[in-house]
Design a protein around this ligand. Structure first.
Ligand code: SF4
Ligand code: SF4
Length: 335
């Protein structure tokens, strides 16, 4: 049957390079994860970006590079590094907040840039702009239209939080109208039990809200021919758990040279590798990779350490479910 849901393993043999080429941004979204103290404030030169791309290229396997920031289109040489990445054999994606600085659409082409991803956190300004900034919705939507018109493959990323989960459903008709091919639903934070009243400031959504809303919206979007990807998050206790860092190759690179394997660790100096003198060097000490081998009942060990309130226990102290690896996704819809 068409549009069946599948859980995507970590696509063994594939490597994903999430490359933050700068941390500067013209926006200040309420849920931004960029932390200049941990990630640096540099804008990498175009030559350095190419050298670092060369460190991770592997002609024997499919390699994806996702250029991120900050806002990557603020980099004056983004079009150049996109072309170089393509020449090195990468499948190239850019994640933009929608501003598309430096005439990106005119300076690169769909021959080099495989996917252009836009972040939208609501189906209209009234929902999106309080989260991402005044006037952002209109600019982002106008540039999605421009990109589609010029033949680019366009995807949209929606970060679910308590402020916009009730509006997710209305994204489907907008995406269809804009001819968006892929829809990535992310989560800002989940907690196991219901949200407490009096905690109105929390951006987290409850497990019940997530399970009630997200799979249904994903199915509706898939029925419209949109390919949807969203995190699995909760695994039943008897389901097999895997840490992506043990079975796949994901590298999260920051302008200060830190290279992480787990995105949950990015706020802490526990990175597995450091790029020094344009060489990739394994770091010593208490680094993230020491934790990837640990097996605990709750599933992801980093989640237990950093976000313990996402887990619920029964009266015997056994977890009611496991938290999956944050990189484990479900996919539904056409390619
Ligand atoms: S657009 Fe991205 S980098 Fe810029 S503030 Fe928003 S979340 Fe952060
Ligand atoms: S989120 Fe958890 S399971 Fe996934 S890579 Fe990080 S530590 Fe491993």
């Amino acid at each position: 049957m068409k549009n069946t849901l599948k859980t995507v393993g970590f696509k063994p043999g594939e490597r994903n390079i999430f490359f933050h080429i700068l941390t500067a941004c013209n926006l200040s979204c309420s849920h931004c994860y960029i932390n200049p103290d941990q990630h640096g404030t540099e804008t990498l030169s175009k030559d350095r970006i190419v050298k670092w791309l060369e460190l991770f290229v592997d002609s024997a396997r499919k390699s994806n590079v996702i250029f991120l920031g900050g806002e990557p289109t603020m980099h004056p040489h983004l079009a150049y590094v996109i072309r170089k990445a393509k020449e090195l054999g990468y499948f190239v994606t850019v994640d933009s907040n929608g501003y598309l600085f430096n005439d990106l659409l005119g300076r690169t082409s769909p021959d080099y840039l495989d996917y252009l991803s836009f972040s939208l956190d609501g189906p209209e300004s009234a929902v999106n702009d309080p989260i991402r900034g005044e006037g952002v919705f209109d600019i982002c939507v106008a540039n999605i239209k421009n990109a589609v018109q010029r033949g680019y493959n366009v995807s949209v990323i929606y970060t679910v939080s308590s402020r916009n989960i009730d509006h997710l459903e209305r994204m489907v008709s907008l995406l269809e109208k804009l001819q968006v091919k892929k829809f990535f639903i992310q989560v800002i934070g989940l907690r196991g039990g219901s949200l407490q009243s009096g905690n109105a400031e929390s951006l987290q959504v409850s497990r019940e809200q997530w399970l009630r809303v997200v799979p249904k919206v994903a199915r509706r979007a898939a029925e419209k021919g949109i390919h949807v990807t969203y995190p699995v998050v909760f695994l039943p206790p008897d389901e097999h758990f895997e840490c992506a860092a043990n079975v796949a190759e994901n590298f999260f690179i920051f302008p200060n040279g830190r290279v992480y394997q787990c995105p949950l660790c990015e706020d802490h100096p526990v990175h597995s590798y450091q790029i020094q003198g344009d060489k990739l060097i394994k770091t010593d000490g208490l680094t993230e990779d020491r934790f990837f081998q640990l097996e605990i009942e709750e599933g992801c060990v980093m989640n237990k350490l950093l976000q313990p309130d996402t887990i619920e226990y029964d009266q015997q102290g056994k977890p009611l479910y496991k938290i999956s690896c944050c990189l484990l996704k479900q996919e539904i819809g056409g390619d």
